[in-house]
Design a protein around this ligand. Structure first.
Ligand SMILES: [Zn+2]
Ligand SMILES: [Zn+2]
Length: 139
């Protein structure tokens, strides 16, 4: 699969039965439909309003960020704000192929879910063990 941001070929990262596509150049991560929910549930976190259907239903966010094309269907993806303040701006395929997170954004969302779930102190540890070095926020 090709990275929607920098057009590099992405690598496949397997984590807890979920296969994510990751761009080592920009740090972005692609979640196929359902994978974000699976990942959050696997961490014992409440995926709440973060299902693909709900995100795809959000209004197109106003932003200067360039639209990107879905790596699966090639159509332009919608921008959506998810989470609570500070909201995270992600790209979502309106045809429900999946979600695109820029480098570091996955981490932000997991942290927010951990807070809202009232997860205990070890949640940060679980997050880090899941993300490993692969998805660490850069700079
Ligand atoms: Zn990239
Ligand atoms: Zn698509």
């Amino acid at each position: 699969m090709i990275c929607p941001t920098c057009r590099e070929v992405m690598i496949v990262v397997e984590q807890d039965k979920i296969e994510l596509d990751h761009c080592t150049k920009c740090g972005g991560v692609w979640f196929d439909a359902g994978e974000l929910e699976l990942m959050l549930e696997g961490m014992g976190l409440d995926s709440g309003a973060l299902t693909l259907a709900q995100i795809a239903d959000l209004p197109d966010a106003e932003t200067a960020e360039k639209k990107r094309r879905c790596p699966i269907c090639g159509r332009k993806m919608k921008k959506a704000h998810i989470g609570r303040e500070p909201e995270v701006l992600i790209d979502v395929c309106s045809w429900s192929d999946g979600l695109w997170f820029d480098g570091g954004e996955v981490h932000q969302i997991i942290e927010q879910c951990a807070l809202s779930t009232g997860a205990k102190m070890d949640s940060e540890e679980r997050v880090l063990s899941f993300l490993g070095d692969t998805f660490k926020a850069e700079g």
